[in-house]
Design a protein around this ligand. Sequence first.
Ligand SMILES: NC(=O)c1ccc[n+]([C@@H]2O[C@H](COP(=O)([O-])OP(=O)(O)OC[C@H]3O[C@@H](n4cnc5c(N)ncnc54)[C@H](O)[C@@H]3O)[C@@H](O)[C@H]2O)c1
Length: 262
Amino acid sequence: MARLLEGRAVLVTGGGGEIGGAIASRFAREGASILVADLRPQAAEAVAAAIRANGGIAEAFVADMGCPEDCARAVEAAAAAFGKLTTLVNVAAAESPEASIEALPLAAWNTALAVNLTASFLTAKHAVPHMRAAGGGSIINIASQLGQIGVFNRVAYSTTKAALIQLTKCIATEYGPDNIRANTISPGSISTARSAKSYGSIENARRVRGPAHLLGRQGRVEEIAAGAVFLASEESSFMTGADLLLDGGYLAFKGELPVKSK
Ligand SMILES: NC(=O)c1ccc[n+]([C@@H]2O[C@H](COP(=O)([O-])OP(=O)(O)OC[C@H]3O[C@@H](n4cnc5c(N)ncnc54)[C@H](O)[C@@H]3O)[C@@H](O)[C@H]2O)c1
């Protein structure tokens, strides 16, 4: 069967994490070569090594996406490793403390801005010339359903994810004529260690967060990876400046669900 991403050269930031790792692995299975960039060297190497063990092409790269020089280095490293860059997936996000606006330190706000937003501006800035040279490309920024509503105690996260959606529309606007598409994915609550942090355990998070979604459960990392494959491939060739909402219905309904009769 034809693979959807044959010949693509991809940078995945935050590729050592759960959603980033799932995207990197699925992209590799679809024929893409991946530079797995992450702050955590061992996590990046583990994902790259697993891809190689399955016959795919991947390299690990250590980068702090909160650092402008590292944003440039990661893009250039991907282009150098594979001779071109066709696809950029920005997944890395800072772990901001949960705190009210009054309590959140300015430093935490600035870190969230740098990693969740400025890095996507900078990687796009450096990736565009490579994509233009390749005849086009696809930029995918992982936003959040929490970037589309007000959220208690997560002002930096929610605000940067909202701005990421707008940044992505601007990238799509400027580079559509170069055949460079840019879209966001807004996941609902996905079952990962990160999303479980405030709930004590993955099982607890599933129990509490699941019912907030119309499908009655949290999402799986593979379901986000499937959306990313769609956005990176020709299957979405007429889609740019859009947000792909993969939230199990989280944003669609905020009333009270009817009590099920026995
Ligand atoms: N899990 C969810 O419920 C959920 C929901 C909506 C959106 N998202 C988004 O999906 C993405 C991945 O989430 P996840 O649950 O897989 O989390 P994760 O913690 O497993 O992955 C995040 C990765 O980013 C890396 N990272 C953090 N700061 C970095 C930096 N400065 N430079 C480079 N790498 C850095 C981490 O080391 C980690 O490997 C994030 O953008 C998150 O906001 C997650």
